[in-house]
Design a protein around this ligand. Structure first.
Ligand code: ZN
Length: 227
């Protein structure tokens, strides 16, 4: 049969039209099947709809030659003081892999070579899709702590502080990563995380990983190439 409808959205919604500033009405526009914010001003385009869609979070699992991974301790909320891989919201005008490298530069001051997509983690209840890439430091690159980071360091996989990681997506992806290292080959993973409404981003009791799948590794070309 047809796919199920989206889960109930409990998060923030736009209240005003971005074009004219008038309040939005919530209703199903003509020709649509979901309730949307529709501009209430008759002066705006007829039935101007404000579409709200999930955001993409991009980041890198950076591994060094000793097999350790680069973790950053967050200097900002949410989850200040907890550890994560370098990751953040994708910007307009960049590809996901470019964004992952940019976030790694901003948060860990590290120049990386993106090697392959590693995990897609969907978190529909908060409207986010994580795309995490495997990466390595470019030769000679330093690493450090950008403005949003207290400290960064490479940690062996068996010393990853799973109880002190900032996000369920990162916990999940690093567990996939450790399993692949154990198995001796990297795949591409995807899964869905369902969370309890209102739970903290990292409470391990508040989320479930479902629809997990893994395909064999996908090669990935160098960024910035013309070919
Ligand atoms: Zn308007």
């Amino acid at each position: 049969g047809p796919p199920p409808p989206p889960r109930e959205w409990l998060g923030w919604r736009a209240k005003f039209c971005g074009e004219c500033g008038a309040p939005l009405e919530r209703r199903v526009p003509g020709g649509d099947s979901l309730e949307r914010g529709v501009c209430s001003s008759p002066a705006c385009a007829p039935e101007r709809v404000v579409y709200e869609n999930p955001k993409v979070v991009v980041g890198c699992i950076v591994r060094d030659s000793a097999g350790r991974v680069l973790l950053c301790r967050r200097a900002i909320e949410p989850c200040r003081g907890q550890w994560t891989v370098p990751a953040g919201f994708m910007e307009l005008g960049e590809s996901a892999a470019e964004g992952a490298a940019r976030e790694t530069w901003e948060e860990a001051e590290a120049c990386v070579r993106v090697e392959a997509p590693f995990a897609q983690v969907d978190i529909p209840v908060i409207g986010q899709v994580y795309l995490l890439y495997r990466a390595s430091l470019e030769e000679g690159s330093r690493f450090g702590a950008g403005p949003e980071t207290l400290e960064s360091k490479f940690l062996p996989l068996d010393e990853v502080p799973y109880d002190d990681l900032a996000f369920s997506s990162v916990v999940t992806a690093l567990r996939f990563f450790a399993a692949d290292v154990e198995a001796g080959s990297f795949g591409f993973h995807s899964c869905v995380i369902d969370k309890d409404p209102g739970s903290s981003p990292s409470d391990p009791a508040s989320y479930r990983v479902t629809q997990a799948s893994r395909v064999p590794p996908l090669p990935y070309p160098a960024l910035g190439g013309g070919g």
